[in-house]
Write a protein that binds this ligand. Structure first.
Ligand code: THU
Ligand code: ZN
Length: 309
């Protein structure tokens, strides 16, 4: 379980059994990841593989310690990293990074796990087919359940520092979407023909809400975090058949902000908006609970809008 071999300190070189980078190379990669918001594209990956003379999968596993540097873990101080290797719509390989995020003085159940963070990053940013998920530590039961909502749950490989699994090995006799009569899955949502007609609703926020995976509550919802200097960060609501492992839109957006190396404070954050579907609202409470962990943030702006038929 422990990830001692995978722990690196900021400002040090990334060197492990899979890859070896100089301090300068590691620093360059750290800043590239922040600018690219936790994503390496096919070009970046090919370049690194050539430069370091390693295979794609060695790079994937070797970079996991960098993913864990993006953890925000004030409660446990336990930094978990995960990277999803997935194909985008043009069939190109991308690495989507993820790390855990904890909230001081709030219920522990609000935590975002590294695996959720990486899957959320992939999902929001156009990944279509999950090939592998590399993780610094064994995935907990909750993450196994979260992964079981993915369209490719039976196919992708789960890479741990020393071992490799299929989800079915780690989660036999599983409960999933089809047990609730849901034929859709995360990355393979029901076709969306509806829209928000309300002119108050900003288009991009509406698009993220309509892209939410909400087969169980129908609350198409999304959050936008506006920053002063680093653009906007969006998150969509991703539900789970077992309900508890669902990722709220605020947690989804916040995880994206953390992957850009930003902190969630009044110096960075200009505004936070939550858009929900009228008649199905269920996110204001959890959003306020997460926000209560922080001080001096701008107030949450709530929009509830009806969907057209
Ligand atoms: N954690 C993960 O991110 N993934 C797992 O599957 C195991 C646990 C995080 C959650 C929490 O922030 C910390 O590790 C301690 O449980
Ligand atoms: Zn977990």
């Amino acid at each position: 379980m422990a990830s001692a071999t995978f722990l690196v300190q900021a400002n040090t070189a990334l060197s492990n059994t899979h890859i070896s980078l100089s301090v300068a190379q590691t620093q360059a990669l750290r800043s590239q990841l922040k600018t690219q918001r936790g994503i390496l594209n096919a070009n970046n990956i090919n370049q690194l593989c050539a430069q370091l003379n390693v295979t794609n999968d060695a790079l994937l596993q070797g970079l996991v310690p960098l993913a864990s540097e993006f953890a925000v873990a004030p409660v446990s101080n336990f930094h978990v990293g995960a990277i999803v290797k997935a194909l985008d719509e043009s069939g190109e390989v991308n690495f989507y990074f993820g790390a855990n995020a904890e909230f001081n003085r709030q219920a522990l159940s609000l935590v975002v796990h590294a695996e959720q963070s990486a899957i959320n990053n992939a999902w929001l940013n156009g990944a279509k087919k999950t090939l592998k998920i590399a993780i610094s530590d064994a995935p907990c039961g909750y993450c196994r359940q979260f992964m079981n909502e993915l369209a490719d749950a039976r196919e992708f490989d789960i890479l741990l520092p020393e071992q490799q699994f299929k989800l079915a090995d780690l989660l036999p006799h599983s409960f999933g979407p089809t047990d609730l009569g849901n034929q859709y899955s995360l990355f393979n949502p029901a076709p969306q023909a509806r829209s928000f007609n309300n002119t108050e609703v900003e288009q991009q926020l509406a698009a993220y809400a309509l892209a939410a995976y909400v087969p169980y509550s129908q609350n198409y919802s999304a959050v936008k975090i506006t920053t002063f200097n680093n653009g906007d960060f969006y998150g969509s609501y991703a539900e789970n058949a077992a309900y508890s492992p669902s990722l709220s839109p605020l947690q989804s957006a916040l995880s994206q902000l953390f992957l850009a190396g930003l902190s969630f404070d009044q110096h960075t954050v200009k505004g936070i908006t939550l858009l929900e579907t009228a008649g199905h609202e269920n996110q204001a409470g959890v959003a306020q609970a997460v926000l209560a962990s922080f001080v001096n943030l701008p107030p949450l702006e709530l929009i509830s809008a009806p969907l057209s038929e």
